[in-house]
Design a protein around this ligand. Sequence first.
Ligand SMILES: *Cc1c(COP(=O)(O)O)cnc(C)c1O
Length: 642
Amino acid sequence: MQTREQHIRRERATSNICTAQVLLAVAASMYAVYHGAEGMQRIARRVHAQARMLAAALAALGHRAVHARYSDTLRLRPGPRSSDAILAAAAERGINLRRFKNGDIGIALDETVGPADLADLHRAFGGTGRLSAAAPGAADFGPLARTSAFLQQPVFHEHRTEHELLRYIKRLESRDLSLTTSMISLGSCTMKLNPTAAMIPISFPGFAHVHPFAPPQQTEGYRELIGRLERWLAEITGFAACSLQPNAGSQGEYAGLLTIRAYHRSRGEEQRDVCLIPASAHGTNPASAVLAGMKVVAVECDDGGNIDLADLRAKAQAHAARLAALMVTYPSTHGVFEEAIQEICGVIHQHGGQVYLDGANMNALVGLCRPADLGGDVCHLNLHKTFGIPHGGGGPGVGPICVAPHLAPFLPGHPVVLTGGARAAGAVAAAPFGSPGVLPICYAYIAMLGACGLELATKTAILNANYVAERLHPHFPVLYRGARGRIAHECIVDLRALSKATGIENDDVAKRLMDYGFHAPTMSFPVPGTLMIEPTESESLAEIDRFCEALICIRQEMREIEEERYPAGDNVLKGAPHTAECVTADAWERPYSREKAAYPTAWTRAHKFWPRVGRVDNVFGDRNLCCSWPQGAGPPAALPLA
Ligand SMILES: *Cc1c(COP(=O)(O)O)cnc(C)c1O
């Protein structure tokens, strides 16, 4: 893997939903690493043998397997006992079975199933619970049987003891510059603490082992948790109703816009399909609008980074007959509380449109003001930003939408489990409540902080951001501020003039920060050539100071280049990041010292994070994906992408 920063590109916007599955993918890959091909086959054979044992035993009772060939899943046509009686008997033994429309019953086995479970299943179908201990016949997958080798790479052979696997995982983890080392100041991402006390409950079996389609009488606890959370989030945003179904902010945008479209349609205004979006918006906004079948019209921003009111009025007027919605982020993606927000919402309503408020920056609002009062009709929340759920590879996110009363009937529904509004258009996710497995984190976060704690968190986040802006301003200009000279919860540091003077780009600053033990801020969003910093409420003054000092030291390193003490093309910034291998090599031909490269501050001596990889050409790297696994063990070594 190459070492990269976060560049949020407008036209190539990605969502947390793109990285949310990483944790699950890593968990699944570790399963394969530990078991290897032999282990996976052993597991599959055992499960298949159990399926054969069960099929034979049930056939003897008169329940026939519908398919001659199967792996771990049986579809049974009930004989002497009715499906209802079988399902009831299984449920009594703590087993949920699938019921097909025609009365057939589906049973899926896996490696967690043991002899006692098979006995219970046998009893549910009217048997004695005594099955033969050996599977009849031999495994038969017919033409589908796999004959080719798989998982041949060394990694699937080398970690077969728990110690080895532990060390392998730890080794990989140590390459990651994560929150375990230092603050991650990614603007627009709200990389706050994921409190341990809030995280632990998601591993409780009662939360972790519930199927999304489990019968309602088995999920009363979950429903209570979901119901309370929906009410809390509605209260926090000032709205009437909430849907937890969307799996990310972007999906919330999509769901919210579908809700708006359904509302217009219900009033005979099918033609309303124009969505106004300010030029400063996060790239997921226009992408969601297009997915929802809307036509995007961009609204200009003024020099202060605020929505250009005259342009907004003109465009709302010009498209009045077809105006469906405005998507607006508050505080803005520039990190400023736009003072005209209520006026902006008023203009849209006046022309028959609805206001979609992008709530990704809710960490600057919770407890202080409510999107509904600002004039929004619907907003999404990023529970993985504002409400403590991990993100950026840390597992599934949640992007609920909260809506005003007139939109509540159109909240997303579900074909299997009853949820959503009375006139719901459909589902936006496969599971009725999205990823309920992570909701206990958000529930605990809100419950533990309470109203006072949530408000204090918001105030602290805003204070921290303003502190960063004030500390950095003498060294790097801070781009946008509100009318009273203050910012919201994040600030944009402008490097463009310095880049022009020194040839040092924001990429160089980002790479150099790694030498100081810091993850780079968000790059070039929403303004190219800048850094966007969001400290959140979770960081201590000492940590924020350490981060500011790193940037101030880097400013000094830039000055050394301005003063021509080091060449513009060969200096500690252009050479960053510095790996242990590079600074300890016998040969060193750079114009600065090794010490300057690797130990620029006292704290790097106390705890040094070593970047794994030196400078790579980002653009070339993006276009030329390299597979580092051994030749002959898979696809070719280089896969040119462009
Ligand atoms: C993060 C973000 C989004 C997208 O949210 P995801 O959960 O990543 O889909 C949308 N708008 C803004 C302003 C954001 O910061």
